[in-house]
Design a protein around this ligand. Structure first.
Ligand code: SF4
Ligand code: SF4
Length: 535
């Protein structure tokens, strides 16, 4: 049997068994990382990002707009509220635009400054930072936590561990509660929590999201970045030699070695690195930046901050570990050259495309029609003859009011001599309401003919031809077609079923006057209804 090597360090030579078979484990047990506290420019920037993103996340659902939640993704009623914007699933194109912009921003910022997102704004980084802060407050700094880890279970250890986990759980549940508050009104949700009347799904998602936060930020931490996040894997495709990364200046730092503060390193033949390993101790992913660029590095800059502190203590120049790029390190570039190179063609192309898409989405949102209409043929009623020989066709109009004002819509129809709206031509649509109305269209009386006509395409005959038909050649009283102006749909299909298609949106509708609405509706009906009745 092959010998298990699960706990053997990778790279060591495994002993073979009698048959010469060797099993090499591809699994490495996790070594718990206890990071040391650090201060400095990049740490302050990271905390600024933590405050900004978290204040935004926790406060946003509590803001009100027109007596409703300002930001609410109401999945049940399929409406998305963003301030004064009311979006429907039909506005999915804006979400697509937003995702494209997010992807392009990621490309742009990565090309310029490496893993900025990972180091400063990614929820995994942000929540890990918060959970580590709680841990430090309850259990002490790195040395105290390592001692606590090694100590046997005692009342004091149990109390500290319980307090830490209680704080983590409460924070995680609050996070889950806030997250669900983006999808159900958070004030009503608070009342339900206090009354103990929460729905099953709400409860599930609060606990699910809370559990994910607790697990990822409390336990998984750097493992998420190293093994689960795909971005860490494909980021190298977006790097080039001018991308800013956290680098160790090996030329200046090597040969490394410990020394006293008053010792001249040149006399001892040493570089600037005092081999204090503080850069490793502060690293949230536990790597040694002196080994060069590694995919585990999230670019947080903690090692640069702590190394600057060490350099200050030894009165050496700062910047042994710093944000730089490969070209700058090998070519000895100064700051101005690095900044100039940041504006290279690749970055300019990303910026131009991003700006163009942002502008297109902005203009499209600005010109967005606040009223959406779908017209479909009523499947429940065929074309029929009504009083005085008139022919009636019924359509279903689905009117979506994307404003927060009540709208009055006037309906009109054009296209055939004498065609009129048979139902109420005025429709009231409440704020953000989706209203479905039946709209009958009647055209004038037609002359009877003596013989039974049949449709030239489907061959069907009418049952009462003499009462309501005139001469052929090519019309069918059963057949009503709703056309999209851009579609070239056939008038008939096998089986003679009407061909229904989605309609183009009407031009922008003003919510101020019925006259504008009227003209837009005229346009809509005129462009969309075609009845196969002889003129
Ligand atoms: S913190 Fe700076 S001096 Fe200390 S080991 Fe790291 S690179 Fe060397
Ligand atoms: S190597 Fe430095 S920049 Fe990279 S993750 Fe570790 S501390 Fe952050």
């Amino acid at each position: 049997m092959p010998m298990s090597t699960a706990n053997r360090p990778l790279g060591s030579t495994p002993p073979g068994d009698a048959s010469g078979e060797i099993e090499i484990s591809l699994y490495e047990s996790r070594k718990k990382i206890q990071t040391r506290s650090v201060t400095g420019t990049f740490t302050r920037l990271r905390w600024a990002a933590v405050w900004f993103t978290q204040i935004l996340f926790y406060a946003l659902p509590w803001f009100q707009w027109n007596d409703r939640q300002a930001v609410l993704f109401d999945l049940l009623s399929r409406r998305f509220y963003l301030g004064g914007l009311v979006l429907y699933p039909q506005d999915f194109i804006y979400l697509t635009g937003l995702l494209v912009m997010a992807a392009l921003s990621l490309f742009l910022f990565t090309a310029v400054a490496g893993r900025l997102w990972c180091g400063y704004a990614c929820p995994q980084t942000v929540y890990t930072e918060i959970f580590m802060w709680i841990e430090k407050k309850v259990e002490g700094d790195r040395a105290a936590r390592i001692r606590l880890d090694d100590a046997p279970m005692s009342r004091a250890k149990f109390a500290r561990r319980s307090a830490k986990h209680l704080a983590w759980v409460l924070f995680a549940l609050w996070t889950g509660f806030t997250f669900v508050g983006y999808f159900t009104p958070i004030r009503a949700q608070t009342a339900e929590v206090l009354a103990g009347t929460m729905g099953a799904w709400q409860t599930f998602w609060i606990f699910f999201y809370g559990f994910a936060t607790y697990g990822n930020a409390g336990f998984m931490r750097e493992q998420v970045c190293k093994y689960m996040c795909p971005y860490a894997r494909f980021q190298s495709a977006m790097f080039d030699k001018d991308t800013l990364i956290v680098t160790y200046d090996a030329e200046r730092g090597e040969p490394r070695g410990s020394r006293g503060k008053k010792v001249d390193p040149k006399e001892k033949g040493l570089g600037s690195c005092v081999d204090c390993t503080l850069c490793v101790q502060v690293c949230p992913t536990g790597i040694d930046i002196r080994k060069g660029l590694q995919y585990e590095c999230i670019g947080c800059g903690a090692c640069a901050d702590v190394c600057d502190e060490v350099m200050d203590k030894f009165r050496y120049a700062r910047g042994l570990v710093k944000y730089s790029n490969q070209n700058a390190i090998t070519g000895g570039w100064n700051q101005a050259q690095i900044v100039r190179r940041a504006l290279r063609p690749r970055v300019l192309v990303y910026s131009a495309v991003l700006a163009a898409i942002a502008m297109a989405v902005g203009v499209s949102l600005y010109l967005r029609v606040p009223m959406k209409v779908d017209v479909i043929r009523d499947r429940g009623a065929l074309a029929r003859m009504v009083e005085r020989g008139r022919i009636e066709n019924v359509y279903r109009l689905q009117i979506m009011n994307a404003t927060e004002d009540q709208q009055v819509v006037n309906l009109a129809v054009e296209g055939l001599d004498g065609i009129v709206i048979a139902s109420d031509p005025q429709v009231e649509v409440l704020p953000t309401e989706v209203r479905t109305v039946a709209c009958g269209c009647r055209c004038r009386r037609v002359q009877p003919v003596a013989r039974t006509p049949s449709c030239s395409s489907c061959g069907r005959r009418t049952t009462r031809p003499s009462a309501w038909t005139r001469r052929p050649p090519s019309w069918c009283p059963f057949e009503v077609t709703v056309r999209a102006t851009r579609a070239s749909a056939p008038r008939h299909r096998a089986g003679g079923q009407p061909q229904l298609q989605a309609l183009p949106q009407p031009p922008a509708v003003s919510n101020r006057g019925n006259s504008t609405l009227f003209s837009r509706w005229m346009w809509l009906i005129r462009s969309s209804v075609s009845c196969a009745v002889p003129a």
